[in-house]
Design a protein around this ligand. Sequence first.
Ligand code: C2E
Ligand code: CA
Ligand code: CA
Ligand code: CA
Length: 278
Amino acid sequence: CKSEGGNGIRTFEPEMLASRKKRTESEDDIRRGIEESLFEPHFQSVTHLASGNIVGFEALMRLNHPEKGLIPPAEFIAIAEESDRIDLAGRQLFSKALSGLRALGQRHGDEHLHIAINLSPVELTPEKIAFIASELEVYGVDPAQLTVEITEAVFLEDSDRITECLQQLRHIGCKIALDDFGTGYSSLAYLTRFQVDIIKIDQSFIKGLTHPDPAIATRSRRLIEGIAAIATNMDCLMIAEGVEEEEQARHLRTIGVQYAQGFLFSTPLPLSEAMALV
Ligand code: C2E
Ligand code: CA
Ligand code: CA
Ligand code: CA
């Protein structure tokens, strides 16, 4: 956010100063969040489309600031990813998500509710996997109940670290989901390198199903049918993201997409409110 003057001297314009100030403020919020354990999960239900049953939840990170209230990930994840802060915030989120899962499971009378968490590429380290394994034990959660969601962005760097971490997660029994499938500008070749368990169909494709232009709606449906064919051939289950309308859910059932998430079913909720869903 610097502009170069002709003489090479950097000049700052008012909006740059404002954005720098905002950034510094975000960094302060993140630091405080880590020190005071202000990062917490909100739980969005995952629904089995054929039965309408809730099979689990995705834990989505919020920074619960004492003065500013809930701060959404869009305002801090990218900044936190530049340092190890995303890892520390993610650890807080994970422990709280597991404790929440236990409460939800007890209430649901089902010990096999699933929980999904999101990991940024920088969070895929052997230390983090060891932390995940040990927390699963501490909270008495079966690794098979945990899904780790990653985006295609992790494959932009073709590193052994990423592949080994993902293999390690599967080895301990966790599931791997590919988030925002089809939006990551990366080659599909990664699908040949190891087994993914779940493909999450990005919300942009789901929106297309009910696009006012019927040609776009038709092409969206065909595209999702194509994704479903790939997922089925690769032994992956599918979760549709961002389902807001019953008509979208109907199309998805017809195509054979097994699970869905979205405002049609529930927004992400604090634990106390998620408890009312199960
Ligand atoms: P994501 O993993 O793709 O999460 C889905 C986002 O879509 C969430 O935004 C969710 O609130 C929103 N959403 C769910 N259903 C609907 C719907 O029907 N309509 C619309 N318009 N939106 C819907 P959120 O919670 O703001 O999270 C944004 C992103 O932040 C996530 O995208 C994920 O990439 C990242 N994120 C969230 N929690 C964590 C975390 O604990 N760690 C890391 N590394 N990233 C996280
Ligand atoms: Ca996700
Ligand atoms: Ca997503
Ligand atoms: Ca996303």
